[in-house]
Design a protein. Structure first.
Length: 276
């Protein structure tokens, strides 16, 4: 115990020095973390004022946060007396090794940059990418957040998005509804076509230009198939789709036009008892 006390007394100045340095480094780290958060929020607000896409603002803000936070760590280490120049060199070598081990993460980062530059979608668009579909909420450094219609959150790696086809359902202001309606072979095709057109003419949400299409597309195994292709505003797509399917069924029933369904005829052959 006396030995420890003697060592403390002999090195009290050094202990106090490093204690002060440690406290200052901790203060720098805490303040730097707050500054990084502040800069992140300030960047997002600046992009909002410029009316730039929220996804772009969120992506850039996350990069700003990472840069400021990294600078904070270097300042805190410098305050502790660690030589940051050699430390940066060590970090560079370690970064190369980590980069090779984390190729997927670097690929996600590069894909995130491509998403920002190429702009295949923006915040609020409904897209299908990487085998998933949902509304884009935000684009981050390594991933993109999608929200499904049933309110599920999907965190999609950026590399998976850019590595596959992207379908953007919100890019264009109009969309075409594609319906296939089958009627029986005994139905009057002209009457069936007139019934389908009458349903479309009553729907006020359909666009006049381009005009809708109603035509016989196929003589199938058990039905004559019509294609029904009206155009609507993208925001009206699903409500109009559901209403058309219901109203077409009701109109065909009222006109006594049957919609056939797959069926199978089974023939039973009675064996003659005298053959035995």
């Amino acid at each position: 115990m006396d030995t420890i006390m003697n060592w403390i007394n002999e090195n009290s100045g050094l202990i106090i020095h490093y204690a002060i340095q440690g406290v200052l480094a901790l203060i720098i780290f805490l303040i730097g973390g707050r500054i990084a958060k502040f800069c992140e929020g300030l960047t997002e607000k600046a992009f909002d004022k410029k009316k730039v896409d929220k996804a772009v603002g969120s992506f850039v803000a996350s990069i700003v946060y990472a840069i400021v936070f990294a600078a904070t760590i270097l300042m805190a280490l410098s305050q502790l007396g660690i030589e940051t120049t050699s430390f940066i060199a060590i970090l560079g070598a370690a970064g190369l090794a980590v980069g090779l081990a984390l190729q997927g993460s670097l690929s996600n980062f590069a894909s995130g940059v491509l998403i920002i530059l190429l702009r295949p979608f923006k915040s609020g668009d409904y897209v299908e990418a990487g085998g998933k579909a949902g509304t884009v909420k935000k684009i981050e450094i390594f991933s993109t957040e999608l929200r499904t219609p049933d309110n599920k959150v999907i965190i999609m790696p950026n590399s998976k998005i850019m590595g596959d086809a992207i379908i953007n359902y919100s890019r264009e202001s109009t969309r075409r509804i594609d319906l296939v309606i089958g009627v029986g072979y005994d139905a009057d095709l002209k009457e069936a076509k007139a019934v389908l057109k009458s349903v479309l003419d009553k729907e006020e949400r359909l666009l006049k230009d381009p005009a809708y299409t109603v035509a016989v597309s196929e003589l199938a195994d058990s039905s004559v198939n019509f294609v029904v292709r009206p155009w609507v505003n993208s925001s009206d797509y699903w409500p109009t789709y559901f209403d058309l399917v219901e109203n077409i069924k009701i109109a065909l029933d009222d006109a006594d036009i049957t919609i056939p369904f797959p069926q199978m005829d089974v023939h039973l052959h009675k064996e003659d008892a005298s053959v035995k």
